[in-house]
Design a protein around this ligand. Structure first.
Ligand SMILES: O=C(O)C(=O)[C@H](O)CO
Ligand SMILES: [Mg+2]
Length: 263
């Protein structure tokens, strides 16, 4: 069964962040995800989830100065203190908001002088993340990002991320399988959904190449939704795209999977 989560960092962005929860629920979503809730208190965010009966599927740990180009700390040898602080904060929010999963970003490492030091930093930081989140009953996700949108990011390919997860040897770290990034970098999406079954705990979707609604472009999302069903994926597909216009006007493709309000 296809279950959708609205990504509130990308959808309904004509409204202030807290009002996007109301808009998502009114549009028929039962779940949401977002990158960074940290400008708001846990209580403020929880009140919006509760009053709309929404569940929360994913948050990101704080990733640094986003506007300045930072994309997380895990693989950056000089940022271990920032990493630990962002992890503790994210665990507090995830626990307080009933969110099962934290996306921990690895960082831009293209300019780091020593690639092996980046991998060593990633291993050490991610073991810390895995162990602290496991104690809190949470999962960590890592996500390869395409090099066109995110040049220099530490993780770009699905198989490389899987190799690292293998070396990490922690059961609560899994892939965040973003179909948009995976198609741009690796392709072979249907076979990959089958082959990686169990290795991803969260999925995100968007049209390729423009990152708009998943109803145009080079991917056949009807077949992709069927493939996730066929392999028994029972998590959420996060709608992480830039709407072509007003979010509600572009939700025709999602209508079969949204709650019909007033029905
Ligand atoms: O960009 C994405 O696809 C994400 O999911 C990240 O959380 C932000 O880079
Ligand atoms: Mg994503």
């Amino acid at each position: 069964m296809t279950r959708l989560a609205a990504n509130l960092s990308m959808l309904f962005t004509d409204a202030p962040f807290l009002d996007r929860f109301d808009r998502a629920a009114a549009a028929g979503f039962e779940a949401v995800e977002f990158l960074f809730p940290y400008a708001h208190s846990i209580d403020e965010v929880k009140a919006r989830l509760d009053r709309n009966g929404l569940s929360l599927t994913l948050i990101n740990a704080f990733a640094g100065d986003w506007a300045g180009g930072e994309r997380g700390f895990a693989a950056r040898p000089s940022k271990t203190a920032e990493f630990a602080a962002s992890l503790n904060q994210a665990i507090d929010y995830a626990t307080g908001l009933g969110c099962p999963r934290i996306h921990v970003m690895s960082g831009i490492t293209a300019d780091e002088p020593d690639a092996s030091a980046c991998e060593a930093a990633w291993m050490g930081n991610m073991r810390l993340a895995a162990d602290r989140t496991a104690n809190a009953g949470l999962e960590v996700s890592i996500e390869p990002l395409n090099t066109r949108d995110m040049p220099g990011y530490f993780l770009a390919h699905q198989d490389a991320a899987l190799d690292l997860i293998g070396k990490l040897d922690r059961r609560n770290v899994r892939l965040q399988f973003d179909v948009y990034h995976a198609q741009i970098m690796d392709g072979d999406i249907i076979r990959r959904i089958e082959r990686l079954k169990g290795a991803y705990g969260h999925v995100q979707i968007a049209g390729v190449p423009d990152r708009h609604e998943p109803d145009t472009g080079e991917l056949n999302y009807a077949a992709i939704f069927e493939a996730f069903d066929r392999v028994g994926f029972d998590g959420f597909l996060g709608c992480e795209y830039n709407p072509r216009g007003r979010t509600e006007d572009g939700l025709g493709w999602a209508a079969p999977f949204l709650t019909q309000k007033g029905a």
